[in-house]
Design a binder for this molecule. Structure first.
Ligand code: PGA
Length: 259
């Protein structure tokens, strides 16, 4: 199972205009070395308005960072003001799309059914979904964290084939840890990521469970990344705030050199 390649993803949320994005990518590429890219897959998920600029920098400077998006609509086209389709992202060489981030679910009312449609649209366009799941503090304190996360995984991935699930990414992000500076302990994060993997095993089999990559997200910083990444069911990190600063993000990517 150690053959799962770590994936460290920077979710910029609604930060960095396209000028700032170009600078941030260039700076990150100066700080990262071939050793980093050998050991870890890296993706960046800028706002939609930055995608074309970031794509151009990555391709013209041959920087081996995958271009990601934060969201998409499930329809190919139509009267959906403000939305962007998976096919439009694929045309920009986007390869990973975050789907069902808790901010989309909580602030914009995305349901598990919406998430499922988006996962399918992303796959249909040859890209990889990073499907997010995670519990609120109330749900954790009420002992419902595992049930909630299992349900999000089963409903979000419903109808997929085992080989499709094997190739995708699930991000476990406890909502109480996002942007709060509170991180799940490595043991709690491991337990919940194992819950995700067991849910995959139960519905899609051992091969899918052994291959699916599971990220932890929620206040990941250079100081806590090594302990989180050491857990057997944690295959990467979805990083928000700390990915905005290229130096800080690079230190997370270099987690294996610490400790
Ligand atoms: P954070 O965000 O690292 O700022 O907590 C993580 C996320 O929402 O993906």
């Amino acid at each position: 199972m150690s053959e799962r390649r770590p994936l460290i993803s920077g979710n910029w949320k609604m930060h960095h205009n396209h000028f700032e994005a170009i600078q941030a990518v260039q700076k990150l590429s100066y700080v990262l070395s071939a050793n980093d890219y050998d050991a870890v897959d890296v993706s960046l998920h800028p706002p939609f308005t930055d995608l074309r600029s970031v794509q151009t920098v990555l391709e013209s400077d041959e920087i081996p960072i995958a271009l990601g998006a934060q969201h998409c609509h499930w329809e190919e086209k139509g009267a959906f003001t403000g939305e962007v389709s998976a096919g439009m992202l694929a045309k920009l060489n986007v390869s990973l799309v975050i789907v069902g981030h808790s901010e989309r679910r909580e602030v914009f009312g995305e349901t598990d059914d919406n998430v499922n449609r988006k996962v399918k649209a992303v796959l249909a366009n040859g890209m990889t979904p990073i499907m997010c799941c995670g519990e609120t503090l109330d749900e954790r304190e009420a002992g419902q964290a595992r049930d909630k996360v299992e349900r999000q995984v089963l409903e979000g991935l419903a109808g997929l084939k085992g080989d499709q699930v094997a190739g995708l990414v699930v991000a476990y992000e406890p909502i109480w840890a996002i942007g709060t500076g509170k991180t799940a302990t490595p043991e709690d994060a491991q337990e919940m990521c194992a819950t995700v993997r067991n849910a995959v095993r139960g519905s899609w089999g051992t091969e899918a469970a052994d291959s699916v990559r599971i990220q932890y997200g929620g206040s990941v910083k250079p100081v806590n990344a090594p302990d989180l990444m050491r857990q057997s069911d944690i295959d990467g990190a979805l990083v928000g705030g700390a990915s905005l600063d290229p130096d800080e993000f690079a230190r997370i990517i270099a987690y294996r050199l610490v400790g």
